[in-house]
Unconditional design. Structure first.
Ligand SMILES: N[C@@H](CCC(=O)N[C@@H](CS)C(=O)NCC(=O)O)C(=O)O
Length: 236
């Protein structure tokens, strides 16, 4: 390779670092980068015994959450924004963002719905499950009683509503934003696997949702992303 060719390769290849936290939404970004076939480096972080991210992540972004990426000298946080940012900057020819009005409408809706409406319920469910696991034995019965009541009155019915909503949406089309796989599906990947895992529902009750998650797991990019973090699927 000549010097000019070397220079061209260096200046056009992005230098992307993904700050990846175990058992987190960061898997979404690996899926995306594999779909986009972009070169990237993963810096892996493990959760502490309290299940929180290590303080070192705050050196990358003040909130200390994952995913966060560095693209050259730009730090980009918020998975929905990272997805749209990377697709808009590097993914034009991969068609991960719809161009027709109706599919683009769904793309934007689902990019926001996943973090704005679905994830808060799933995070609450996760927090209460951990609270029950970690409660000292003396107060365990009280903690369990409170957590079960919250589950019965609030979390359970909300999870059911989201399951029904998503099942209805996926009955109408193959992917969330139309017949073509898009960034909205990448945003949904982590949330929908967690939704199925935490809802105690079985496949027959949500055939379209189950079909959707199975199709996602069959994508070569999904498989390559999971290999990079030694997993077989997101909700392992
Ligand atoms: N809305 C943010 C949420 C980021 C977030 O809360 N990430 C979680 C992992 S799924 C995290 O870093 N948790 C560790 C902690 O809170 O200490 C996004 O979509 O990127």
């Amino acid at each position: 390779m000549s010097d000019t060719e070397k220079k061209a390769t260096t200046s056009t290849s992005p230098s992307i670092v993904v700050y990846w936290l175990a058992d987190s939404r960061a898997d979404r970004i690996l899926l995306l980068l594999e779909e986009l076939e972009l070169p990237y480096v993963i810096e892996k972080f493990e959760r502490g015994p309290d299940k929180l991210a290590p303080a070192d992540l705050k050196k990358i972004h003040p909130l200390g959450k994952s995913p966060v990426i560095k693209d050259g000298d730009k730090v980009v946080a918020e998975s929905g924004f990272i997805i749209d940012y990377l697709i808009s900057k590097y993914g034009k020819e991969k068609h991960l963002k719809p161009t027709n009005e109706e599919d683009l409408f769904q793309y934007n809706y689902f990019l926001h719905y996943i973090e704005g409406s679905l994830m808060p319920i799933l995070v609450m469910k996760y927090i209460f499950l951990n609270l029950q696991k970690q409660a000292p034995w003396l107060v365990k019965p009280v903690v369990n009683g409170i957590c079960n009541k919250i589950d019965q009155l609030y979390l359970g019915p909300n999870i059911r509503t989201h399951l029904d909503f998503l099942e209805g949406e996926l009955k109408q089309r193959k992917w969330l934003a139309g017949e073509q796989f898009s960034g909205a599906d990448i945003q949904a990947s982590f949330a929908l696997e967690m939704l199925l895992k935490r809802s105690n529902t079985n496949e027959e009750n949500v055939p379209n949702l189950s079909r959707y998650v199975a199709a996602m797991r069959e994508r070569p990019a999904y498989k390559r992303a999971m290999e990079k973090v030694n997993k077989t699927c997101i909700a392992e």
